[in-house]
Ligand binder design. Structure first.
Ligand SMILES: Nc1ncnc2c1ncn2[C@@H]1O[C@H](COP(=O)(O)OP(=O)(O)OP(=O)(O)O)[C@@H](O)[C@H]1O
Ligand SMILES: [Mg+2]
Length: 343
């Protein structure tokens, strides 16, 4: 349904050190950033596929290219069999889109007026437009508030309306860029179940971007983790997590003391990588990947550096997407993973 091959997109932007004086006396210096660098994706019909990556990973750029808002610099993308450069109209007919940060509904209109407006844009008139609007309002759970002004909607309702608007023309593919950002847990949950429903009962293929690991895990049939414009791993959430091995993650909690526990631990041969450190008020928890499967916590509790600490607990943990991300990229997903500069 969506096929991306060796996709590339570069941007030119003013260097951060392009100080005001430089702009006045000479031309500002520019750098080229590779937002997407050789991305390959294949998304099957009816699949819920997530692009997971930190800020600046290239998620929105990929989405903008797929929905014909941006031209690629290299590679190719086909959506429902149509090329995003050569067959733009056909691509747009087959795709519904909601992109983060782009206000896609009119706040001064009611929900119904918005949906009617979008139906008209897609050529629906009169009775067929009215019935499609009711259908969509029902699908996105807004029937009882459809005649309210959008400015009085909650964030979650606005988001659901935007998704409703993108579904008006019954596209077989829905592309959503971080739709749960800014929603409270209930709003996000409602939106996720709506999307799951669309995918499972109506067979809509969904490409979803997020930097929430848990969300990607819960929703996706398959996902790709991207970092600095490149795919680092792809598969079902279970396959991606299993890439770290089944018994290679330990979580060690010690009482806080004047010394850091993670540094001496990371020097131990059995510890391959420190994945996460969480400092609480009284305790510090270190999540680490080991070089060999750990079948008994005794191996860990006997480590020399831990002798100086008051151990609260040690247990084996299931690998998470976050662990995979840290293992493969060396950084945490909450850190800014900006695209690499080429100059
Ligand atoms: N119009 C633009 N001009 C210059 N640079 C851009 C432009 N759009 C994106 N970039 C750069 O391209 C890189 C990828 O940006 P993109 O918005 O695709 O990332 P993202 O994964 O969507 O991040 P976020 O999670 O913050 O939304 C970043 O380094 C960004 O600064
Ligand atoms: Mg983005």
């Amino acid at each position: 349904m969506i096929e991306v091959k060796s996709l590339k997109k570069r941007f030119r932007r003013a260097m951060p050190d392009s100080a005001k004086w430089r702009r006045i006396v000479s031309r500002p210096k520019y750098e080229t950033v590779e937002a997407v660098s050789g991305l390959d994706l294949e998304i099957e019909k009816g699949e819920f596929f997530s692009l997971l990556g930190p800020n600046g990973a290239g998620k929105t750029t990929t989405v903008r290219i797929l929905c014909t808002l941006l031209l690629p610099d290299g590679g190719s993308c086909r959506v429902a069999g149509y090329d995003v450069v050569d067959d733009q109209r056909a691509v747009r007919r087959n795709i519904g889109v909601s992109i983060r940060g782009e206000r896609s509904v009119y706040w001064k209109l009611t929900g119904r007026q918005n949906l009617e407006y979008f139906s008209n844009l897609y050529g629906l008139r009169g009775k067929s437009a009215r019935s499609r609007v009711c259908e969509i309002a029902e699908t996105v759970g807004l029937s009882d508030r459809i005649d309210d002004y959008v400015e009085h909607y909650s964030m979650g309702m606005k988001q659901r309306l935007a998704i409703g608007a993108s579904l008006i023309h019954r596209p077989p593919i829905l592309v959503l860029d971080e739709p749960t950002i800014g929603l409270d847990p209930n709003g996000a949950r409602a939106l996720r179940s709506l999307l799951k429903e669309l995918c499972s009962t109506e067979g809509v293929t969904i490409l979803y971007t997020t930097h929430y690991m848990q969300e990607a895990h819960e929703l996706s049939d398959r996902l790709a983790i991207i970092h600095r414009g490149k795919k680092v791993i792809e598969g079902s959430p279970a396959e991606v997590c299993a890439s770290l091995g089944d018994e290679n993650i330990v979580e060690i909690t010690v009482s806080n003391s004047d010394d850091d526990v993670e540094q001496p631990l990371s020097n131990e041969r059995v510890i391959d990588k420190i994945l996460h450190v969480e400092r609480g008020l009284l305790t510090t928890t270190v999540r680490a990947r080991t070089v060999v499967p750990v079948r008994s916590v005794a191996l860990i509790s006997g480590l020399e550096p831990l002798r100086n600490f008051d151990i609260q607990s040690i247990h084996l943990a299931q690998p998470s997407l976050e662990d995979v991300f840290v293992s493969l990229t060396g950084s945490n997903i909450t850190e800014v993973g900006d695209a690499s500069s080429l100059e």
